[in-house]
Every structure is written in structure tokens, then in C-alpha cells.
Ligand binder design. Sequence first.
Ligand SMILES: NC(=O)c1ccc[n+]([C@@H]2O[C@H](COP(=O)([O-])OP(=O)(O)OC[C@H]3O[C@@H](n4cnc5c(N)ncnc54)[C@H](OP(=O)(O)O)[C@@H]3O)[C@@H](O)[C@H]2O)c1
Ligand SMILES: *[C@@H]1O[C@H](CO)[C@@H](O)[C@H](O)[C@H]1NC(C)=O
Length: 336
Amino acid sequence: MDKIAYFVQKSNTNATAVAIFGAIGAVVVAAKALSFLKVLVDVFLRSGINVKKYDAGNGGWAVITGASDGIGKEFAFQLASKKLNIVLVSRTESKLKVLAEELEQKYNIETKVHAMDFAKGDDKDYQALQALVAPINVTVLVNNVGTNHEIPTPFEQETDKIVKDIVEININAAMKVTKIIVPHMVARKKGLIINLGSFAGLVPTPYLSVYSGSKAFLSSWSQAIGAELAPKGITVQNVNTYFVVSAMSKIRRATMLIPMPKPYVRSVLGQIGISGGASTPYTSTPFYSHAIANWLIDNTFGRAFWVKQNYNIQVDIRKRALRKREREAAAAAKSQ
Ligand SMILES: NC(=O)c1ccc[n+]([C@@H]2O[C@H](COP(=O)([O-])OP(=O)(O)OC[C@H]3O[C@@H](n4cnc5c(N)ncnc54)[C@H](OP(=O)(O)O)[C@@H]3O)[C@@H](O)[C@H]2O)c1
Ligand SMILES: *[C@@H]1O[C@H](CO)[C@@H](O)[C@H](O)[C@H]1NC(C)=O
């Protein structure tokens, strides 16, 4: 009799445990499903702050660094099409002048160009930029300029020059240019700062360690100044970018996961102030397939898994890059 009582009691306890864990499980699953649904709603249905708000057609200017190619050039076209005047900054003055001319003719806006090499970190170049923008009202800043390791390389083998350039261009340039532009925005209680972040800043990327760290810096710094500047009417958005077709990515063909700059930048400018696939504040992952990838990274496996995944990918890319270098060296030797 005692045995039966014991059995009944035990199975009751089991049933209660199953019910409790079942309920917790259901809540967890529901929460995950909801957060995934929110990503889809963000990227497919919502539209963010209209960039016209930043005095477009009304004397507002956008400053774009690394503006002569790739993603930066596309920002120049799309912001000009919204009637923002544009300040173009990159190394090559000739490229900037041709682009400026095209933007003025096509969109009937004003432009200014400023040629500087951010790798030099020369105060005089920054002072000249400050003087150039002093007479105008800058309402939008796109901290786009960036550089990467030439090929995936173990940290201890990377050249001092590449390490220094990445820090100077990806980190210091963003801070210094922002410091010049923010007073413009504070004065008008209005502004938008877009920083070009990367998935390499989200998941540490072995063999691209300095690039990865520079983008993690951008992520953290963007969130911190995002909170500082929000009460002043300034929106800061770190844009979590996965591969985009460009000279830097060395990818020439678009796929579902790798858009051309045009649709990519359209997704960024269409979702100002909206997080898309990103789970940190003042951050967005606006392109739909990137947003879904970002959600999967945040919600499946652990970070260790994704770091290992990145390690495997970069080891493979490095192998292929070294083979390509060998082939090119052999071809060069032959043609001599
Ligand atoms: N493409 C991707 O897959 C990808 C992925 C994640 C994040 N991002 C980020 O997106 C941003 C733009 O990348 P992208 O792919 O568009 O690059 P890109 O096509 O290589 O263009 C880089 C631009 O920056 C300028 N630039 C390069 N070095 C410079 C320097 N030292 N000083 C001044 N200007 C310089 C280049 O013009 P000049 O050569 O004339 O100076 C060019 O206009 C970067 O911050 C990158 O980290 C890109
Ligand atoms: C800049 O904006 C202010 C208003 O915030 C305006 O009074 C001034 O005329 C503008 N300057 C230029 C050069 O457009």
C-alpha cells in the first residue's frame, strides 16, 4: 500500500516538473518566435526616419568618408537624390572631382571635396576638413572609410603598417571626424551619424583580428555616444554589415547574402532608427538576409561556435589567397 502511495506521489511530482519545464519551454520558444517575427517586420514592413528630415533641400549637408568607391559612393548618390548637399572625402582628388560633378548635374545639389589619406593621421588634414565645413550646416555624417587586412593573416605575422593603418583609418578617423561634425548637429538639435560596422565586430574573426577588433570598437563606441547624443536630437546608428560586393570584399557577384552597394545602402537609409536583425542598441542590421543571419548568430549555438566557424572560413580564404599569390608570382616571373 505504501509502495503504491509512493508511486502516485512520485508520478505527481514528475507530472508537475514536466508541466513547469513545458511551460518554461513554451515561453522560451514563444519569445524566440516573437523576436524572429520582429526582425521580419523591421526589415520588410517598417520604414525608419526619413532622411529628408535632415534639412534635405533646405541647406543640409552630408559628409561621407571613403566616398569615391563602393558603399560610400552609393551613400553619396542616394543622399544626393534626397537633395542633401554632399562633402566627399577620400584619398584621390581626381576621383572625387569627377563624382562631385556628376552629383551636381544629376541631382542639382552642391558639393565640396576634400582629399586626404586617413592612414597618415595628420592633424593638418583634419583641420582643413574642419575649415571646409565651418561655413555650412552638416546634418548627416557617414563614417564609411575603412580598410582591412590584405588577406587573412595570423596576428603575429601581420605587418606593423597594416595594423597601424587599420587602427588609424577604422577607429581614429571615425572619432576625429565625428568630433568635428557633432558641434554642427548639437547647434541644430538635429543629426544622423551612420557608422559602417561589420559582422567581424559582432563575432570575433580570427586572422582578421585587428579589423575585427576595430569594428568591435566602433560598435561599443557607437552605442555609448548614441546614448549621449540621443537627448540632443542626434541619431547614431552602427550598421552591422555582412559582405557587400566591393573592391574591399573582393567579391564581384551579388548573391542573396551578398548584395550590391545599391540595395544595401537603400536598406540602410530606409531603416534609420530601426534595429532590423541587430540586438544591441543604436545598431541596425538592415539588409534582410543579413538580418536573418544576425538573428541566427544571436539565437543559435554559442559565440564559441561562431568564432570557430569564422576561424574555419578564414583559414580556407587564407589558403586560397596564398595560392593565388603564388600563381601571380609565378606568372610575373615567367613574363620577365
Ligand atoms: N564590402 C564589404 O563586404 C563590407 C563588409 C563589412 C563592412 N564594410 C565596411 O564598409 C565600409 C566601406 O567599405 P567598401 O567595401 O565600400 O570599401 P571600398 O570599396 O574599398 O571603398 C573604400 C573607400 O574608402 C576610400 N579610402 C580607402 N582608404 C582610404 C584612406 N586611407 N584615406 C581616405 N580614403 C580612403 C577609397 O577611396 P580612395 O582609394 O580613392 O582613397 C574608397 O572610396 C568600410 O568601413 C568597411 O569596413 C564593408
Ligand atoms: C544653418 O542653420 C541655421 C538654422 O539652424 C540657419 O539660421 C543658417 O542660415 C544656416 N546656415 C547656412 C549656411 O545654411
